[in-house]
Design a protein around this ligand. Structure first.
Ligand code: URA
Length: 208
């Protein structure tokens, strides 16, 4: 697999994604979906890949699952413009089938560079494909709602919003898990306490 150049910013990365032919998915796309949001976002959300509406508009999470994601983000007093939203795959798989390993591998350097450029405090993994892109052996039903660290980054796996649209019982779990986001961000900014004062030399002076 041919490597990618190092991109100076998200915009130049996005323009290369839009004409990318690193895997077969480019043949069926209307638009690639590089991702969008704040370049200084403290939280990056990672989904699976574009669906029908995302492919049409070239924007992530603009269909029904996107509407739920917007509601969940607003529910924690954040706005979509505050965060960054990306996907494991930048192009829609035919009939929304699961990503193939070689497609995810071909697309991966884009996601890694997006994370490098944004350097978020928290990465929210939406669903099992995003989870397994970072933690190949983890299962979403066990991993969800538990923050984990890897190579200096903090990840929060949660159910995919589309799964919560299909199974109503997952919806409450998903909203609960979203409540962890502000807490994890607060932890990330927690200031180290002052170091203890040096021992009082006068009090130690009885040793001579
Ligand atoms: N589902 C995803 O995983 N990503 C999108 O962008 C839209 C729906």
């Amino acid at each position: 697999m041919i490597g990618l150049p190092t991109f100076p910013d998200l915009a130049s990365l996005a323009s290369v994604v839009r004409t990318c032919e690193r895997c077969g998915l480019h043949k069926g796309r209307t638009n690639a979906v590089p991702g969008e949001g704040s370049p200084t976002a403290r939280v990056v959300f990672i989904g699976e890949g574009p669906g029908f509406h995302e492919d049409r508009l070239g924007r992530p999470f603009v269909g029904q699952a996107g509407q739920l994601l917007d509601e969940l983000i607003q529910g924690i007093d954040m706005r979509r413009a505050d965060v960054f939203i990306a996907n494991v795959l930048k192009c829609r798989p035919p009939n929304n089938r699961d990503p193939l390993p070689d497609e995810a591998e071909a697309c991966r350097p884009y996601l890694d560079q997006q994370l490098e450029l944004i350097n978020p405090d928290l990465i929210v993994l939406l669903g099992r494909h995003a989870l397994n892109a970072f933690f190949p052996d983890a299962r979403i039903s066990r991993a969800r709602g538990v923050a984990r660290r890897q190579h200096g980054r903090v990840y929060l796996p949660v159910y995919h919003p589309a799964a919560a649209l299909r199974q109503l019982r997952l919806r409450d779990i998903l909203s609960q898990d979203f409540q962890m986001i502000p807490k994890l961000l607060a932890d990330a900014t927690e200031v180290e306490p002052d170091p203890p004062p040096p021992p009082d030399t006068q009090q130690l002076s009885f040793f001579g």
